[in-house]
Design a protein. Sequence first.
Length: 141
Amino acid sequence: MSKTLLVPERYAKAAQESSKKETSPDTITAKEKLPEPSGWRILILPYRGKGKTAGGIYIPDAAVEREALATVCGYVVKVGPLAYKDKEKFGDSEPWCEEGDWVIFGRYAGSRFKIDGGEVRLLNDDEILARIKNPEDIIHT
């Protein structure tokens, strides 16, 4: 099953327009604009859900934003350089997650902050509860 990242339409359009333009070394990608997590922190993009129900009804943006605020699922965008390297805490175990994974975390875990286009979270490496394959399999309330 492929991993799908839902992004706001304005970013999808901007990405399409920028892909049509000729790229130069001065061009910075959206991922590069995001902050680099320091130490043992992990940068998470909360799951936003679909903007439309299975029956075809469009969900208002305010409701989608409210669900994203309360979600416990997210996409791992970046991992700090010291994440999962503490031998006392993690021993010799594999990292609990890596870039590109969908994860579950505590509802109030991490620090939230807004960037252009939405909200992201910075979590400590030990605040990841589980890896999941598809965030749509989790019931969001």
